[in-house]
Design a binder for this molecule. Sequence first.
Ligand SMILES: Nc1ncnc2c1ncn2[C@@H]1O[C@H](COP(=O)(O)OP(=O)(O)OP(=O)(O)O)[C@@H](O)[C@H]1O
Ligand SMILES: [Mg+2]
Length: 261
Amino acid sequence: MPATHDNPTSDRTVAVACRGVTKEFGDGNALVRALRGVDLDIYNGELSLLVGPSGCGKTTLLSVVCGILYPTAGSIHVFGTEITKLSSSKLVGFRGDNVGFVFQQFNLLPALTAVENVCVPLLLKGVPRRHALEKAYQMLEKVNLRDRADAPPSNLSGGQQQRVAIARALIREPRLMVCDEPTSALDARTGHTIMELLREISIEQSRAVVVVTHDPRVYEFGDRIATMEDGRVVGVEEQTPKPGPPPKTPSMVEESVAETS
Ligand SMILES: Nc1ncnc2c1ncn2[C@@H]1O[C@H](COP(=O)(O)OP(=O)(O)OP(=O)(O)O)[C@@H](O)[C@H]1O
Ligand SMILES: [Mg+2]
């Protein structure tokens, strides 16, 4: 194990393994090779950053890793399941049970309050409204927004809206969180707060968090930075991330699980 790696929650178990992943869009003269043979491992308990120039395939890679798109070729294992072999209905179920998404645009429903937005994934799953609301309040507490629970998105700042989107992604307790440019619409200070929160989320409960970013200001938060160029991962660098909140001991993690369940 490299000496630079001091994240005590990274147990070095692989959450996502991509091998020879390709993705093509269109055909003939319009053929685009968005991914050209990606090999990449993502680990549990770590915040992994995916960086590279515009058009190099970051969003496409995130989309195939979390089962929004099928790759053209190659294999992707997520928590031991080869998702590339799942039927589309099984893939939807797998995604719902295991993956949380946060995008650059927060995609909150404007007619609902913050807490109602956070509830939506549970309501769609058939959880009774009262129980869903209770859990949504707990998630807002976790992202430090309990006091704004009844505000509509239009009355929240960009950073607050992004925290609501993170709470919504967390409510089903996904083991994998994927975030596409979650700080790009935010100022530097708010972007730092969001990255600190995502890092905390990876540490507690040993979650795998993958963040696509253009923003060099947030590189310091990653345990690992994978660089893409022209449809390939051309390098993976491990680093000692900026110190975040103190890592939780196993008993503290159990307490926080008990608090949120
Ligand atoms: N649905 C699609 N149909 C055709 N081409 C696509 C599609 N989605 C992406 N592409 C192309 O695939 C390539 C990779 O796109 P992708 O969105 O993954 O890049 P990116 O690294 O996320 O870029 P950015 O940093 O600008 O968001 C680009 O050339 C893009 O035009
Ligand atoms: Mg993109």
